[in-house]
Design a protein around this ligand. Structure first.
Ligand SMILES: Nc1ncnc2c1ncn2[C@@H]1O[C@H](COP(=O)(O)OP(=O)(O)OP(=O)(O)O)[C@@H](O)[C@H]1O
Ligand SMILES: [Mg+2]
Length: 284
């Protein structure tokens, strides 16, 4: 992890981006408007279709934070860092992405969301935006035909495609891939729909599980909409060069909240998740 941080630090210095980063304002892009008192907002969440995960399915897909206790510790720590940064900077929209496929974006998104939701004063919305190869439903063990892309396109109602766990964790997933994903993600309709959703449900944080950055323009085109991004790197898989390019691309469009090093075989905790937030390469 230290080597990774040092390499990122050097790359960032080389690009001369550190100065630029400190000059950025912390103004969030998320809107804060919308109507409804707290009882009305609570009722909207209660009206969502309930989702009770199958523990065996979650165990199989490595969604260990659902179970709490010791195995959730790495994600609980990550949750605390995320909440602290979001509160300090007023961030409400977070993208989870990676340079290349299969680094663990969806697995980390699911784990982080269950950890966040165990803090019951928070309301968390998780929206799947990897529309080329959606897998969040599978990772969660959701078999119902939900297609959140239809909501983004303005064709169907959000409440028909959202499910809610424990009254404060909503998931918008897709059971199948969507053609024209790039155009949909960059459309004004998608932005308007997400904005309306945010104003109606007023989540404390919306997490977007996305496609790999370097595989298509789907995620790059969406980054300008969010407040920050969490970059997932996979040990023995993601190269420093890939991570550097990804970090550079993300930092041009939004804030880099941190880098999560996933799939560590030799992590101190033994669960294969390590994470670094702003270590040697700038406090984001
Ligand atoms: N910490 C980990 N240790 C071992 N395997 C892991 C870990 N995290 C995720 N995986 C496995 O790696 C594979 C890819 O994970 P996941 O689908 O979460 O990645 P992704 O980045 O979302 O992939 P894609 O780019 O296809 O969306 C899955 O089989 C998952 O179970
Ligand atoms: Mg994924």
């Amino acid at each position: 992890m230290e080597r990774l941080q040092n390499a990122l630090h050097r790359a960032r210095e080389k690009r001369g981006e550190a100065a630029e980063s400190t000059m950025r304002t912390a103004k969030p892009r998320s809107g804060g408007g919308g109507g409804g008192n707290s009882a009305e907002i609570a009722a909207r969440w209660e009206a969502l279709k309930p989702f009770t995960p199958n523990p065996r399915a979650l165990q199989q897909t490595r969604v260990v934070s659902y179970f709490g206790k010791q195995q959730a510790t790495p994600f609980d720590l990550m949750r605390t860092k995320v909440v602290q940064q979001c509160k300090a900077k007023g961030w409400k929209r977070l993208v989870v992405t990676s340079a290349t496929p299969k680094c663990g974006k969806t697995t980390v998104t699911a784990n982080l969301s269950f950890s966040l939701a165990r803090q019951t004063d928070l309301r968390i919305m998780v929206i799947e935006l990897d529309l080329r190869r959606p897998s969040l439903a599978k990772v969660l063990g959701l078999k119902e035909p939900h297609y959140f892309a239809k909501v983004l396109a303005g064709e169907e109602r959000a409440e028909d495609h959202l499910v809610c766990h424990g009254g404060n964790l909503a998931f918008g997933t897709n059971l199948a891939a969507e053609a024209n994903s790039s155009e949909l993600l960059q459309s004004i309709k998608t932005r308007e729909t997400l904005q309306a959703l945010e104003e109606y449900y007023k989540p404390d944080l919306t997490i977007f599980d996305t496609a790999p950055l370097l595989a298509s323009d789907d995620t790059i085109g969406f980054l300008e909409y969010v407040d920050a991004a969490l970059l997932i790197a996979a040990a023995e898989q993601t190269t420093i060069e890939e991570l550097d390019v990804a970090e550079s691309e993300v930092s041009e469009m939004t804030e880099v909240m941190g880098v999560v090093l996933n799939k560590c075989r030799y992590s101190a905790g033994g669960y294969g998740y390590e994470y670094g937030y702003g270590y040697g390469y700038g406090q984001y």
